[in-house]
Design a protein around this ligand. Structure first.
Ligand SMILES: Cc1ncc(C[n+]2csc(CCOP(=O)(O)OP(=O)(O)O)c2C)c(N)n1
Length: 647
């Protein structure tokens, strides 16, 4: 096996040229086998096998810096830097990450996961190098999908100003997760069809070189003239006009051709963009035929490409998809927006049925939100379906463009809570915090699949900014009988007990049922509240609960800071302070204070949560049913002994 000769960085350089095609084949087989077993990003990785090999052959790691945009395509890079064994634990808890991680290897220069950051980070490295006087080369590898993100263009604009030596490799496979969209994609399409251009340019320059003295000068002049012959041959040389040297297009499965271009690129002064054409899913026909399905995949059977576990139950995305279709039929004003996640967010059916009311804006979450604000200001009912962690990108747009104007935009926030194997960059554990800090933003979370449906219907006709956050995976089908009408700002009491009240947000209702059953075995009869509205909170309920409940337990799949539990705690604390401040209470203060309930916040700790199976993570973080039950029992014991825990 040639692959076994690769024990660490730069070992690939020791191979014979004739061994390289074999290595590419072995890498592909290895990736297919491991991803079929563990799941992961397949199609993007199969597409960049030769590209990664060529980079590793031309550059010196870890001295030179390679930055992978999104980072989901870095598996070959991991293999070539001595992490073959890591694939046994790929994306498992405490195992190897599916993304580049600086703490995992010196050859990973920058942690990624969200799109369109690589040019900014690479430019930062290149500029730092000028200041520190070091001599490494910097290469950012960005896909055509990631290049639709605004931040990439902010970085290109800046790069052309800074003029530092910096190589950008554009990995163009015509695909984002689904087909790439927009003007940039058409522009790249034009460039792709000009393969003849590269040959012609090289041909002209070679011939000129042969002319003594004058030829040399003409070559220099052509190279210096920004427009040069390229301008004559290619309309709209976007990159060249920005002061960025454009090289390519080059076949991304031809190692020799890429090595020649990368060596040329290393000699260019300033910023150079190498346009590499690859095929997503290359070498595995199911992935070649269905690159979107194999972008990120669960374990599958290699022979057929079919998932090992057939899904028999609906997930929340399916429920959202169905309700959007129904709403689209009923109301012409309902419009749907995605930032390059048509499949992942369940908008494909809406797209097929109402193409004129569907918008894929590219990987551009910030733009998507302001675009939705525009639609809403013009009288439509936009729904932006987005993953919780990607919406972090659009905080200001939500605040500045939607909420200040109180515009009726619905945010359908999928993958809220722990997402599992994609790890820290993708966990949706901050949305309750960032959303609840924005005035005019309303926030809901459904306990089960019927409630998600009811909430989406409620939201599109609500007339103000509103977010619904729901988790990845199977939609809870329990508690079907609890389907109280959604009333603005009101929680739902599922059952009433005494002593302990569980206030559970969304996905935690199911866990709260388990906790409640566990506590019953210890003689406690709980009240279970489905919070429904995290913002505004149900203040009437908060006033009522302390009567008869010594302990209130808030439960959420969000970090503690800025989460629901903290808001509840601060509600009672403010009430207490108000009481103290109020002269009216006079001698009653002591007595009133006794009504302050004891609160236990169950939440994700205030830290980044690494990759791993969601059930494993819940246990590790202490938010699974058993851990919560044990914590409550401990607090109850302490309360009985008269030792109250602080909030
Ligand atoms: C901010 C953000 N939004 C959405 C995503 C989800 N996402 C991951 S990869 C990807 C497509 C990237 O396409 P491209 O850059 O062309 O890479 P390819 O997979 O085609 O190699 C998307 C939309 C993300 N990672 N980050």
């Amino acid at each position: 096996m040639v692959l076994e000769k690769i024990e660490g960085p730069n070992d690939i350089k020791k191979l014979e040229e004739s061994e390289l095609p074999l290595l590419a084949e072995e890498i592909r087989n290895f990736l297919i086998q491991r991803i079929a077993e563990h799941g992961g990003h397949l199609a993007s990785n199969l597409g960049v096998v030769e590209l990664t090999m060529a980079l590793h052959l031309c550059f010196q790691l870890p001295e030179d810096r390679i930055i992978w945009d999104v980072g989901h395509q870095s598996y070959t890079h991991k293999l070539l830097t001595g992490r073959r064994d890591g694939f046994e634990t790929l994306r498992k808890y405490k195992g190897m990450s599916g993304f580049p991680k600086r703490k995992e290897s010196k050859c990973d220069s920058f942690d990624t996961g969200h799109s369109s950051t690589s040019i900014s980070a690479g430019l930062g490295y290149a500029s730092a190098r000028e200041i520190t006087g070091e001599n490494y080369r910097v290469v950012s590898v960005i896909g055509d999908g990631a290049l639709t993100g605004g931040m990439a263009w902010e970085a290109l604009n800046n790069a052309s100003l800074l003029k530092t030596n910096f190589i950008i490799v554009l990995n163009d496979n015509k695909m984002s997760i689904s087909e790439n969209v927009g003007g940039l994609s058409s522009h790249l399409g034009n460039l792709r069809t000009t393969e003849a251009y590269q040959g012609l340019k090289t041909g002209v320059i070679n011939s000129l070189h042969k002319i003594p003295v004058y030829g040399e000068r003409m070559v220099v002049r052509i190279r210096r003239t920004k427009s040069g012959i390229k301008q004559l041959l290619i309309p709209g040389m976007l990159f060249e006009n920005m002061g960025i040297t454009y090289l390519g297009p080059v076949d991304g499965h031809d190692i020799g051709a890429m090595m020649r271009v990368f060596r040329d690129a290393s000699k260019v002064n300033g910023v150079v963009l190498v346009h590499v054409i690859t095929q997503k899913g290359k070498g595995y026909s199911p992935a070649e035929r269905h690159p979107a399905r194999f972008h990120g995949t669960e374990p599958f059977a290699i022979e057929t490409g079919l998932p090992l576990k057939r899904r028999t139950t609906a997930n929340y995305t399916d429920i959202f998809s169905t309700v959007m279709r129904k709403l689209g039929e009923r109301d012409q004003k309902v419009t749907a927006i995605t930032a390059a996640m048509e499949d992942g967010t369940g908008l494909k059916r809406f797209h097929n049925m109402f193409p004129e009311r569907f918008f894929d804006v590219g990987i551009a979450e910030g733009h998507a939100v302001t675009f939705a604000a525009g639609l809403a200001a013009a009288g439509l009912k936009p729904v932006f379906a987005v993953y919780s962690s990607f919406l972090q990108r659009a905080y200001d747009q939500m605040l500045h463009d939607v909420c200040i104007q109180d515009l009726p935009v619905t945010f359908a926030i999928d993958r809220a809570g722990l997402v599992g194997s994609d790890g820290e960059t993708h966990q949706g554990i901050f949305d309750l915090s960032y959303l609840s800090s924005i005035p005019n933003m309303n926030i809901m979370a459904p306990k089960n699949k019927w409630e998600l449906s009811d909430m989406v219907k409620f939201a599109v006709n609500f007339g103000h900014p509103i977010a619904i956050r729901y988790p990845r995976g199977e939609a809870y089908a329990g508690l079907k009988e609890c389907r109280e009408k959604i009333v603005y700002g009101k929680s739902e009491k599922i059952y009433e007990g005494s002593q302990i009240a569980l206030l559970a947000v969304g996905s935690m209702v199911k866990i709260a049922e388990e906790v409640s059953a566990g506590l019953k075995e210890h003689g406690y009869d709980c009240t279970l509240v489905n919070v429904r509205f995290v913002q505004p909170m149900d203040q009437e309920l908060l006033e009522e609960l302390p009567n008869g409940h010594g302990l209130l337990v808030t439960m959420e799949e969000n970090v503690r800071k800025g989460g629901f539990g903290e808001h509840v705690a601060s509600y009672y604390e403010n009430r207490r302070l108000r009481e103290i401040a109020s002269q009216a209470w006079g001698a009653d203060i002591e007595e009133k204070q006794q009504y302050q309930p004891q609160i236990l916040n169950i939440s994700v700790p205030d830290e980044y949560v690494e990759h791993g199976n969601v059930d494993v993570l819940r246990k590790e973080l202490g938010i699974d049913g058993k851990s919560v039950t044990d914590k409550i029992l401990t607090v109850m014991k302490e309360m009985k002994n008269g030792r109250q825990k602080s909030l």
